[in-house]
Design a protein around this ligand. Structure first.
Ligand code: SAM
Ligand code: SF4
Length: 474
């Protein structure tokens, strides 16, 4: 094992491989009675312990797998209703000093065209995204010594500064960048980022050390404690993740749950979101073309369902790495946020030169436009797409948000607010076809809304939207 760098000296490794192995061994092909007991507990929305999640993942009975999916569907519906948060990633730089063996941005990949957006280029990208109807962006960065926290903070300011015609503005900027020191995170907090996102990639330390060949990312513990430092800096919405395909998927899920627990223990609040990218082909990466631990679609669906049961109030994020067909399945069993119309190369939204699959970070599985994605989630699934950012703008974040989420708040505020942002999208950005399907959904949702007072507030706001007002929420 590599020696810890000075960055992580003294940091505790709270991912205990032995504990996880024991949990996995005990969970191998568990008795049907145990699975039913765990599902009954999950139904109470109190979450699951890692060993219980391991038992569900270790189950090999297909009928019981169906019962797991069914429970996940019920919990998802109970907590989130049929609302789905929509965002787009915006790649700011692909310059990177690390050598992650699975990533096209690997410093040694000399075939990749390197690009870092200027303020003007950011403005162009954001304008295109706003004109499509986006309100929530996830900014993505390679890790380069020249591009530190001051520069990252400036790019966030650049994004928030862009407003365009109609209701064009970005209302929440989330960040996916390398782990920073507490002072660096403070700078991001000061410019008003929403969630700080950082994936551990693999919780199996020997695998981590094998796959991260050079650069600051070689330090497992420095990365493992990134969320703790972000919390210390005042960023209380943090997003974790694992890159599926690098190591045993059950180990990774348990790693995520132990990490989540530790955050809850130390900061009183678990992760705001969890992401579970699956390894996709990437330029000049042998690993990305041949994942050492490929996850089948069935296993992957089960992972998403078990996460929904284990951390019922945590947002589960799905990206366009997955195909349209797979995305449909995963929405049903637990996903609460998804991206649409994504490009994974800096500049690719506004510059056709970079809008080619061969230059992106990895291959996109779902290349439909945002309008097509919206039409499908509304028309095929009856979901309400939401661009709502009310909680974040009213300071309902971190522990505060989690407490509210547990008391039915999501149904009371998030659904009406989501409907209002959807109305805004339909008024300003949707194609005629999408508008028709969308208006029909809004009418149905209002008709079925149970609370008469809030229903009349909602009807009033909808009328004001039609009269030209924007950015209304409850
Ligand atoms: N450079 C930062 C870091 O590594 O944390 C953030 C940006 S990185 C582009 C964002 C995420 O992309 C990584 O955390 C990794 O999980 C994911 N990723 C890298 N290569 C991938 C691949 N071939 N397929 C799917 N996801 C990949
Ligand atoms: Fe760089 Fe992040 Fe890609 Fe690693 S995953 S090479 S750190 S961009």
């Amino acid at each position: 094992m590599k020696k810890d760098s000075s960055l992580s000296e003294g940091l505790e490794n709270f991912i205990d491989e032995k504990v996880i192995r024991t949990e996995m061994e005990k969970a191998n092909n568990p008795a049907p009675g145990l699975i039913r007991e765990i599902l009954a507990k999950a139904g109470e929305r109190q979450g699951l312990d890692p060993d219980e999640a391991a038992a569900l993942l270790g189950n090999r009975d297909r009928d019981l797998d169906e019962a797991i999916f069914e429970t996940a569907r019920t919990i998802k519906k109970g907590i989130y209703g049929n609302r789905l948060v929509v965002f787009a990633p915006l790649y700011i730089t692909n310059e990177c000093g690390n050598q992650c063996r699975y990533c096209g941005f690997n410093a040694k990949n000399s075939d990749l065209d390197r690009r870092t957006l200027t303020s003007e280029e950011i403005r162009r990208e954001v304008t295109v995204l706003e004109d499509l109807g986006h309100k929530r962006l996830l900014l993505v960065y390679g890790e380069h010594p020249r591009l530190g926290p001051d520069w990252i903070a400036q790019t966030v300011r650049d994004v928030y500064a862009v407003t365009s015609a109609k209701s064009g503005e970005i209302r929440r900027v989330n960040i996916n960048c390398a782990p920073l020191h507490v002072e660096g995170f403070r700078k991001l907090h000061e410019v008003g980022i929403g969630t700080y996102q950082c994936f551990q990639e693999t919780y199996h330390r020997p695998t981590y050390e094998k796959l991260h060949v050079a650069g600051p990312k070689t330090d497992f513990l420095w990365r493992l404690h990134a969320m703790h430092r972000a919390q210390e800096a005042g960023i209380d919405d943090v997003g974790m993740g694992a890159l599926f395909g690098l190591y045993d998927p059950i180990f990774e899920v348990l790693g995520l749950l132990h990490h989540a627990r530790r955050l809850e223990l130390d900061w009183g609040v678990g992760p705001h979101t969890i992401s579970f990218p699956r390894l996709e082909p990437a330029l000049n990466s042998d690993i990305a073309f041949n994942p050492p631990y490929p996850t089948t679609d069935h296993e992957f669906k089960k992972i998403v369902a078990v996460l929904r049961l284990a951390v019922p109030y945590t947002g589960l994020i799905l990206t366009t790495r997955e195909t349209a067909a797979m995305r449909k399945e995963l929405l049903e069993v637990g996903v609460s946020q998804l991206s649409g119309g994504s490009r994974t190369y800096p500049g690719a939204y506004s510059d056709p030169e970079y809008d080619r699959p061969d230059v992106q970070q990895f291959c996109i599985g779902d290349s439909r436009s945002l309008d097509e994605v919206i039409r499908s989630i509304v028309g095929d699934h009856g979901y309400v797409p939401s661009w709502c950012t009310a909680c974040y703008r009213l300071g309902r974040t971190g522990e505060h948000f989690m407490e509210l989420a547990k008391t039915g708040f999501i149904q009371k505020f998030c659904l009406p607010n989501g409907l209002l942002t959807f109305k805004e999208y339909l008024e300003d950005y949707a194609s005629e076809e999408t508008r028709q399907v969308g208006e029909a959904l809004i009418r149905r949702e209002i008709e079925n809304y149970p609370d008469p007072d809030r229903k009349s507030l909602l009807t009033d706001r909808m009328a004001r939207m039609e009269a030209g007002e924007r950015d209304l929420y409850l």
